[in-house]
Design a protein around this ligand. Sequence first.
Ligand SMILES: CC(C)(COP(=O)(O)OP(=O)(O)OC[C@H]1O[C@@H](n2cnc3c(N)ncnc32)[C@H](O)[C@@H]1OP(=O)(O)O)[C@@H](O)C(=O)NCCC(=O)NCCS
Length: 142
Amino acid sequence: MDVVEFIARSEAVCFSNGWTADDIRAELESGCGVCCTEEGIGYAIGRISFDEAELHRIAVLPEKRRSGAGERLLRHFLDECGKKGAVKVFLEVRSKNLSAVRLYERCGFMRIAVRKNYYGDDDAVVYAFTFSDDVKNDQFRV
Ligand SMILES: CC(C)(COP(=O)(O)OP(=O)(O)OC[C@H]1O[C@@H](n2cnc3c(N)ncnc32)[C@H](O)[C@@H]1OP(=O)(O)O)[C@@H](O)C(=O)NCCC(=O)NCCS
């Protein structure tokens, strides 16, 4: 199974508004896509533009959850963004999605805004992760 097929199948299982294979292909072929996958387990996809990145989707298949895969994928995604020059990574999540909210906060994301009733039945919470100066300095040290 290729990456696009794996993600499309997982989207159908993990989200009520899952991305199609075409959506995923467009994201990955945009030239600024960042994608980390563990086939058969989960994935994290987003975009980077100049020094800002955005996490669009992260999901772990239901039977593989609560064993650290989400955190591993998120840290891998942050690592890839850092290597590509990101200074900040943003994301938006439903306030009631507590497993995701806890994951983001555990990995160092800070809550920066709340969009009231953004989803109709829920608020959107905007989070930002800032790479520390030390990490950036280490990265570019020669
Ligand atoms: C959000 C999501 C990606 C988290 O994935 P996950 O693999 O379960 O994440 P982790 O295993 O790293 O952490 C989840 C919990 O398991 C716990 N955990 C991790 N390893 C564990 C282990 N070995 N034994 C027991 N518990 C463990 C974590 O402490 C965490 O607990 P908490 O929720 O009480 O803080 C997953 O729930 C998911 O795919 N949800 C549906 C899609 C979604 O909503 N995505 C986010 C919006 S795009």
